[in-house]
Design a protein around this ligand. Structure first.
Ligand code: PLP
Length: 456
């Protein structure tokens, strides 16, 4: 992941992209706020990709969101396809979520003691997800993954973890590793500050490569506690895997007494209520959630069978805790949001809408022979400047194509469409994106692609 982290966060940005046919939007107030933010925060932000390092211009400071729309500090309006990086499957400022949060807030913000709201959210999830019997709420995706890894190690009494190049699992130390050279390698740290000895416990292989996984199990027999994968890898482009490959991972884990962890922080509640596990009908041993589960407030979770979860403290010896875990206001947002997702036809409508949108864009590009593909699953999409029919591992992504994304991003902002500020990020469609909004966005995307492909 290091290369892509580097690409995402340190690529050269901000020089003029040349003649574009549309004047740049006014970013005066955002620029002022950004200048001030830089005096407070490293890079002026509280999470690196927000700094717009891989795209043109200063980051936009957001003032307000409603439905599928965003407004920045300079009052520019956008159709938003970032959706807070995935959590907002109902769009911004959804009335049901907002009202539930306000109602619960009236009674206080945090107690550090159990509340009925935790039961309610847990029941909502477990009753509608056959892959987990018990769950533990935490406050972020990173925390969920970190805890799942500890649980897998505690349960199997093994230390090593196998992960895939091109999957992101948050910023926990043992997963900030990238592949070295060779088929099966110990990871090299992809962040300063991660001890080499931690990375030595993490094996990194390419996605969609059975031989590499096979070899890892031969080399580290009875040492691998868990394989962790994003079953829908969506943090480094959208690197969709074949079901047979995920099934293969399931089988090799079972044969070796290794736990299979599906990191569903992005895919959970996104490509269906049961996430990727439900979509592919593959049962992992531990699942992690984040993003959508909290309705826009900070919630993460990990879940598994009752037997595996019995290893978590205070029942078992795997310690894990949190001052604000199960926070009532955050639980309220989760309850309100997930209840909407359980409505009949919710995912069918959302996914159909996405398919229509992405197919129209693909048709447009194909008719003009653009080297451009829209990859999609559920309500996730990714614009790739490639002519490959499928992208199955991180090496299939052409880093130089990101120059084109950078231009596209600028053209889209100038036409009122907001995408995450990196070509390695996917886009999301929410239930708040109406046909009219999508039609408008589509036109902006067509015009922008024309500009991007007009320049050589
Ligand atoms: C976003 C994400 C994380 C990290 O979650 P945070 O809430 O940002 O800590 C971990 N895994 C996957 C698959 C994610 O998409």
């Amino acid at each position: 992941m290091f290369e892509s982290i580097k690409k995402k966060f340190t690529a050269e940005g901000n020089e003029s992209a040349g003649s574009t046919g549309k004047p740049d939007i006014n970013r005066e107030k955002s620029a002022e706020l950004y200048a001030k933010a830089k005096t407070f925060f490293p890079g002026g932000v509280n999470s690196p990709v927000r700094a717009f390092k891989s795209v043109y211009g200063t980051p936009l400071f957001i003032k307000r969101g409603d439905g599928c729309h965003l407004w920045d500090a300079d009052d520019n309006q956008f159709v938003d396809f970032c959706c807070s990086w995935g959590p907002l499957i109902l769009g911004h400022n959804n009335a049901k979520v907002r009202e539930k949060v306000i109602e619960v807030m009236q009674n206080g913000m945090s107690f550090g003691a159990p509340t009925a709201l935790e039961n309610e959210l847990a029941e909502l999830i477990i009753k509608n997800n056959k892959f987990i019997e018990k769950i533990r709420f935490v406050s972020s995706g990173t925390e969920a993954v970190m805890s799942a890894i500890r649980l897998a190690r505690g349960y199997t009494k093994r230390d090593k973890i196998l992960k895939f190049e091109g999957c992101y699992h948050g910023h926990t130390d043992s997963l900030l590793v990238k592949a070295g050279s060779g088929l099966v390698t110990f990871g090299e740290t992809s962040s300063a500050g991660v001890p080499k000895s931690f990375a030595d416990e993490t094996i990194v292989v390419a996605l969609n490569d059975r031989e590499a996984v096979q070899k890892a199990f031969e080399e580290f027999k009875d040492q691998i506690a868990a394989i962790i994968i994003e079953p829908v890898p969506a943090n480094n482009g959208l690197i969709l895997q074949e079901k047979e490959y995920l099934q293969y991972l399931r089988e090799i884990c079972t044969q070796n007494g290794t736990l299979l962890i599906f990191d569903e922080v992005i895919s959970g509640f996104r490509i269906g209520f049961e996430g990727a596990a439900g979509y592919y009908q593959i049962k992992p041993d531990i699942l992690t959630y984040g993003k959508i589960i909290g309705g826009g407030l900070p919630v993460g979770a990990y879940g598994a069978s009752a037997e595996i979860m019995s290893n978590v403290s205070p029942d078992g010896g795997v310690y894990q805790a949190g001052t604000l875990s199960g926070n009532p206001v955050a639980m309220a947002a989760g309850i309100a949001q997930l209840s909407e997702l359980l409505r009949m036809g919710f995912y069918r409508d959302l996914n159909n809408k996405t398919e229509e949108f992405t197919e129209a864009i693909q048709r447009f590009a194909t008719a003009r022979n653009y080297k451009f593909k829209v990859f999609t699953i559920g309500s996730i999409f990714w614009f790739a400047f490639t002519d490959k029919e499928a992208i199955r591992n991180a090496d299939d992504i052409d880093a130089s194509s990101m120059e084109k994304f950078k231009k596209l991003h600028r053209e889209l902002l100038n036409r009122g469409v907001y995408l995450g500020p990196s070509g390695y990020e996917v886009g999301f469609i929410s239930s708040a994106h109406t046909k009219i909004d999508l039609e408008k966005a589509k036109r902006a995307i067509f015009d922008s692609l024309e500009v991007v492909f007009r320049e050589k």
